[in-house]
Design a protein around this ligand. Structure first.
Ligand code: ATP
Ligand code: SF4
Ligand code: MG
Length: 377
C-alpha cells in the first residue's frame, strides 16, 4: 500500500478541567493514503471530533495535553507552529465541520465567502477566485451556479448549504478532507447524495478523506476502512467489508445490530446498545466497554485490552477484546442468525481465560496475567 498521507500515532488529547482530566482521545493510531476513505465511527462523546480537530491544530489550548505524532506528508503537525497550522488549514487539509450552519456567515454572499477562502491560500485575483467559486459550486451540484454564487446562506436549503460547505472545503484542492458528521442534519435522500458527492470528488481529485459519523450505516458504502471508537480509543479497525462481514468487537456488533440495513431481513429486530458511554474522566477499569458488554468476564473488569491483529484474512483487521477469537466468531455467528445477545451468551461457551493482550497499565490492575485461568466469575 502507498505510504500514508496522514499517519496518526498513539495520539492522546487530555483536557484538564475543574472536574478532573478528560481523557478525550487516549492513544489512537491510524493512517490514510491518497484516494482512500477512512470512516471513524462511534457514539457521541467517543472522541471523534477531538481527534480530528487535533489534526487541524484546533485543540491547542492551555488546558489541553496533546502527545503522540500526527505525520502529514512526513511532517509532525504536533510540532508545527500555530502560524504554519493556519496555512495548512483550509489549504492542504480541509475540514467540513459538524455544524455547517454556523460555519457559513449569514450576512455574506456565498460567493464572497468562497472567494475569501480561496484567496486566503492562493495568490489569485478576485475575478479568478470568483470563477473558481462558480466552478466549485457547479462541481458540487448547485444548479445555476453563476446566479447562485450571489445568494446568501439563508436562500439555500440544508442540503445545498452542505454542498456549499463541501465546495468551500475543496476550493484549494486539499490533499486531505476531514468531514465531521457531514450529513447528520439532512434527510436520508440528501444524506445519500452528499455521501455520493464526497465519494465522487474524492475519486476525481484523489483526495484522502476521513469521514466521522455516529452511524455505521451512513458510511457503509463510501469507506475503504473503518475505525470504531469507544471512550477515546479505537476498539476495532478493518477494511469496511470486514467490519460488516466479520466484525470481532462486541461494541461493533452493538452498532451493527442497532442500524437498519437493506441486506438484513425486514422483521429482524434492531437492538440498541444498552447503557451509556462512560465518563472520560473516570473511565471504567479494565476494558472500558465492560459495564455495557453482554459477554464480560470477571477478568475483563481488571485487564485493559490492546488493539491487535486478529490474524484473520484481512491483515488490517485489529481488535481490542480479551475473548479468544474463536469465541468471538461463534458469538457473531449466533447474533447473525438472529439470536439476541442473551441467547448467544447461553449458546456459546465463553471462557474465563484472557486471550487478547493486556494494555500498559494492566499490570497494576490485573488480577491475573494474560492467557491464564481466572477463577471466580
Ligand atoms: N476543550 C475541551 N475541554 C474539556 N473537555 C472537552 C473539550 N473538548 C471536548 N471535550 C470532551 O471530550 C469528549 C469527546 O468529545 P468529542 O467532541 O470528540 O466527541 P464526539 O465523538 O465527536 O461526539 P459527537 O458524536 O457528540 O460529536 C467529550 O466528553 C467532550 O465533552
Ligand atoms: S474484553 Fe470483555 S468486556 Fe471488553 S469487549 Fe471484550 S468481551 Fe466485552
Ligand atoms: Mg463530534
Amino acid at each position: 500500500m502507498a505510504e500514508p498521507l496522514l499517519e496518526v500515532k498513539d495520539l492522546r488529547v487530555h483536557f484538564d478541567t475543574d472536574d478532573g482530566v478528560v481523557q478525550a482521545v487516549d492513544g489512537i493510531s491510524y493512517g490514510v493514503s491518497a484516494g482512500q476513505v477512512l470512516g471513524i465511527v462511534g457514539e457521541s462523546g467517543s472522541g471523534k471530533s477531538v481527534s480530528s480537530l487535533t489534526v487541524m491544530g484546533l485543540t491547542r489550548s492551555s488546558n489541553a495535553r496533546i502527545t503522540g505524532e500526527i505525520r502529514f506528508r512526513g511532517r509532525d503537525l504536533l510540532q508545527a507552529s500555530n502560524e504554519d497550522m493556519r496555512a495548512i488549514r483550509g489549504g492542504e487539509i480541509a475540514m467540513i465541520f459538524q455544524d455547517p450552519l454556523s460555519s457559513l456567515h449569514p450576512f455574506y454572499k456565498i460567493g464572497d465567502q468562497l472567494v475569501e477562502a480561496h484567496r486566503a491560500h492562493t495568490d489569485v485575483s478576485k475575478a479568478q477566485a470568483r470563477d473558481r467559486a462558480i466552478e466549485m459550486l457547479g462541481l458540487v451540484g448547485i444548479p445555476d451556479p453563476r446566479r447562485r454564487v450571489d445568494g446568501y446562506p439563508h436562500e439555500f436549503s440544508g442540503g445545498m448549504r452542505q454542498r456549499v460547505m463541501i465546495a468551500m472545503a475543496l476550493i484549494n484542492d486539499p490533499k486531505l478532507l476531514i468531514a465531521d458528521e457531514p450529513t447528520t442534519a439532512l434527510d436520508v435522500t440528501v444524506q445519500a447524495q452528499i455521501l455520493e458527492l464526497i465519494q465522487r470528488l474524492q475519486r476525481e481529485l484523489d483526495t484522502a478523506v476521513v469521514i466521522i459519523t455516529h452511524d455505521l450505516g451512513v458510511v457503509a458504502e463510501v469507506t475503504d476502512e473503518i475505525a470504531v471508537m469507544y471512550a477515546g480509543r479505537i476498539v476495532e479497525h478493518a477494511k469496511a467489508d470486514t467490519i460488516f462481514a466479520s466484525p470481532q468487537h462486541p461494541y461493533t456488533w452493538g452498532l451493527l445490530k442497532s442500524i437498519p440495513r437493506l441486506d438484513t431481513p425486514r422483521d429482524e429486530e434492531l437492538v440498541p446498545i444498552s447503557g451509556r458511554p462512560p465518563s472520560l474522566i473516570l473511565k471504567p477499569p479494565g476494558c472500558s466497554f465492560h459495564p455495557r458488554c453482554p459477554y464480560v468476564r470477571e477478568a475483563h473488569k481488571k485487564v485493559d485490552p490492546v488493539l491487535e491483529p486478529t490474524g484473520g484474512a484481512d491483515p488490517s483487521h485489529k481488535v481490542a477484546c480479551l475473548l479468544p477469537s474463536e469465541t468471538r466468531r461463534a458469538l457473531w455467528s449466533a447474533l447473525q442468525s438472529g439470536e439476541t445477545p442473551d441467547e448467544a451468551r447461553e449458546e456459546v461457551d465463553i471462557p474465563d481465560t484472557l486471550s487478547g493482550s493486556a494494555g500498559p497499565d494492566a499490570g497494576a490492575q490485573a488480577a491475573a496475567p494474560a492467557n491464564e485461568e481466572v477463577s471466580g466469575s
